[in-house]
Design a protein around this ligand. Structure first.
Ligand SMILES: O=C(O)CCC(=O)C(=O)O
Length: 277
């Protein structure tokens, strides 16, 4: 299993990430990581563990058996996820793109859309529901299966991380208790074709990844493939400029870190260091 990215990250990748708020990096993870993590996903999807945080949505296409499974903070109870977050190239990729000499793991999240799943991932930004602030925060979304327009490729709106917007947090199971005073994130499907909205999306192979800024607006459609699962792990990392900011309506962190508002979240138990130059 590779520790370093299989392909060098170029200055052009960094410029693209800073300009668009997202970059697609090809062929970064070897086949062993892909096989190990696909297997790990099969293990955790139906696991009955006290720390599991599954969210299930079954909105199926035409009477079929769709399933959208999300799970978060899996590394706390699964060694494959722990290794993936701390020993795969993901952490170095994160450090390189945020220009940091060290990164900590924030958390991991699994997104599996089985064939025939109509549920979309609504347009959203990530940062509004995270108890953090700073510029050195990002996600590495690693494709574990082929990904394309039919089976729920992720879509981004280029440059939206620079709009100065901070939309209300949206969560996929639409928890009615999760309230916010912030402006709701619009349905950007209505903006397609309008000037100023550049929608970005990529067909991907297992081992490719997307790296996105936490204010970049993104979402995905359902999985309309009759056969092809779409599975990805999105690992979130932060660098030294990050500060703890547990605002109202931000998500609960597994491990319940005890941190002072405005400090660097250097809690090794909850946010372990994942990479250092
Ligand atoms: O995979 C998806 O559909 C959603 C991913 C996402 O929102 C994220 O990684 O931040």
């Amino acid at each position: 299993m590779n520790r370093k990215p299989l392909v060098p990250i170029t200055q052009e990748d960094v410029v693209t990430f800073e300009r668009d708020g997202v970059v697609c990096l090809r062929g970064m993870f070897d086949d062993d990581w892909i096989a190990r993590m696909n297997n790990a996903i099969d293990q955790i999807m139906d696991a009955d563990h006290p720390l599991a945080r599954p969210r299930e949505v079954t909105r199926a296409v035409g009477g079929k058996t769709g399933r959208y499974h999300i799970n978060s903070f899996v590394w706390h109870w699964n060694d494959d996820f722990r290794a993936f977050n701390l020993e795969s190239p993901a952490a170095e990729i994160a450090a390189h793109l945020m220009g940091a000499d060290s990164v900590r793991l924030f958390y991991d999240q699994v997104f599996v859309k089985e064939p025939h799943t109509a549920e979309r991932t609504d347009w959203h930004q990530d940062l509004p529901f995270w108890p953090l602030q700073g510029e050195q925060i990002l996600s590495v979304w690693v494709a574990l299966t082929p990904v394309n327009e039919q089976n729920s490729a992720l879509e981004y709106i280029a440059g939206s991380h620079k709009w100065g917007k901070f939309y209300a947090a949206a969560i996929p199971d639409k928890d009615p208790n999760f309230r916010s005073e912030l402006e709701p994130c619009p349905d950007f499907n209505e903006m397609r074709g309008r000037p100023g909205y550049d929608f970005l999306s990529w067909d991907m192979q297992p081992g490719d990844c997307l790296v996105h800024h936490p204010l970049t607006v993104h979402g995905s459609a359902g999985n309309f493939s009759p056969t092809q699962r779409r599975a990805a792990i999105s690992t979130r990392y932060f660098g030294p400029d990050t500060r703890w900011d547990p605002r109202p309506a931000t998500m609960k962190i597994t491990g319940d870190p005890q941190l002072e508002q405005g400090t660097y979240p250097a809690d090794d138990r909850v946010f372990p260091e994942a990479w250092r130059a």
